[in-house]
Design a protein. Sequence first.
Lengths: 193, 498
Amino acid sequence: MVYLITLLTIQSFAAIISFIAGAVVVAVVLFLISTSSKEEEKTVAKKKVYKLRGRYFFVLSLSIIVVLLITLRLLPYERFQGEPDETVTVVAMQWMWKMDKGTTDKSPAEFMGANEITLPSNKKIRFVVTSSDVNHSFGIYNSDGVLVTQTQAMPQYNNTLEHVFPEKGEYHILCMEYCGVPHGLMVGKIHIN
Amino acid sequence: MLQISSDEIKKQRKLVITWGVTFLIAFPLLIVLGLLMRLNQGEVFDLGMDTFYVLMTLHGLGMAGVLYSMAFAALWYLISTRYAKLNLATGYVVYFLILLGVAGLTIATLIGKFGAGWYLLYPLPFKGTFWPGWATGLSIISLLILGVAWLVGIIHLIYALAKEFGGFTNLLGWQYLRKKEVDRELPPIVMITTVSLVPGVIAFLAGAVFLIMFLMQHLEPSLAFDPLLLKNLIFFFGHTLVNITLYCCIGWVYALLPEYTGRPWKTDKIVVYSWNATFFFILFAYFHHLYMDFVQPVGFQYAGQIASYMSAIPATAITMFGVIAQLYHSKVKWGVIPLAFLFGTAGWAIGGFSAVVDSTIAANKVLHNTLWVPAHFHTYMLGGVVLFILGFLFYLSHTKEEQEKDKSAKIGLWVFVIAVHSFIAFFYRGGLRSIPRRYADYKGIPIEKTHETGVVLAKYATIFIWLILIALLIMYMSIIIRLMKKKATPQPVSAKNG
């Protein structure tokens, strides 16, 4: 079971559980419509429903606690143990990305970088992301079109995103926060070798 | 004991019908904007990117404003005709101020080309814009007018209720926690109105603060504010507005559904605990909009996920189980009103679940600002709030017998529900395939698979938007014909509901 879960992407896991939840809701709706012609004394019907509610409340509360305990340990804010193998400064601007290895003392507007960068696979990469104008979002897509991670690029703040690219190949950066008319054209590239 | 004259009821009914007709006109027009946006994304035609963002801004602001205003108007009507005396002139002032605000926003977007999105994320309205400065100024002022209108309406309503029920804490049902027997029963709709609208006051004040800051920046461009602070204010305002819209609708479900099932739905200790908890969850859940701002204090991020998860407990265990207890083996006649309320509750449940998925920080990392987000909020707005509002409008136009026999209205409702969930399924699929939201089109995406998927999903989704419009037309004819014939009379006030 655990092995199966590790094979799933977050997206497919979200799809499966949401589909199950949707199916349960549809089943309840159809059940209520199809069985409502039966008449039951309201206190008896209420008692039955509230008995079920008691169990539901217990299961739901327990599930919430368990899921919170698991998922709140999987935060994207976690830092690597020790120093990263590579640090990349990323500055977003309307409507391109400026990237370069290392940190910088320059202001976001003065910082010079390229829209493309080459980085190693299976290494700890730290992206220090900011913006020189408005809010953007640094979304990294793999070659299969799957969004693998993201962080906001916000003026006056540095968001630190750490990521390991497990596979070689081309990754694309799409802007995930509306930043003006050419928002959909704000594309960058990461080559992983 | 409160006495409300039939003349007063008649006048309040006229006001709510004015609201209803305004909603019935504005709503499909705003849907058409959405249709144009999806057709553009589907590459059926090319609107131009600037026009797309103008339409997106008006669609977002318009839908949020129209749905909240209609939900508020419905509560106003039910409260004013059953539970407290509300000043009719204040009701009309609120209505006309909202019309003024909407007119301003329409001019700013369609003529001024203002296209910063509903959320005007600071400092976007002031940097790299393609619209003139006056359009930004007019948008800010129009939103301020809307905020003032909503605040005036809420404060009057809550004040009138507090006066009638002997104090504010009584509106929250605290007397049920102090005593075994209460002197006067508190109708659930009164408590839900309070729990929904008081966070609204705080949110609209937050909205007023950021709009005044925007106005200052507009007048003095050299000013600069903290973008993280502004982001918190904006999302607190926007999230709360949308969230309380749904809770307002639940208020009248508690009040009206028992009239069709014949089963009372009263306030008790559990209901009080549940809705008081909801009060806090409404205030703290908005943090989930800022998960991808890694500099936000991590405690807020935890609060966002915990509040979002916890809000599922009162929503499902109390209210949704309450709906089930109302309907299970009740021998209810499935007229269009109980059907609309049941389907609306289902839409709320499905949309709520996918919202909880997205409110998981670990999942938000790959779902944030993909089409998963419009998927979940369309589910509970279009598949929830709109159905509750339609149910209310049927309540205004149809007698109990009429709503049971009206086959065309029921067909319209079934088609609407199927079309809505089919339309939204394309958003969910897009979210799972990482299609980014707020893209005018997908032509600039260099990943061929993502581009093609985005186009195909957008194009085919439009079929169901047409179907939604047809279903609405069927229901509209049913509502408008009955309203015009003035045959319909409101259902008698149920003694069980106060």
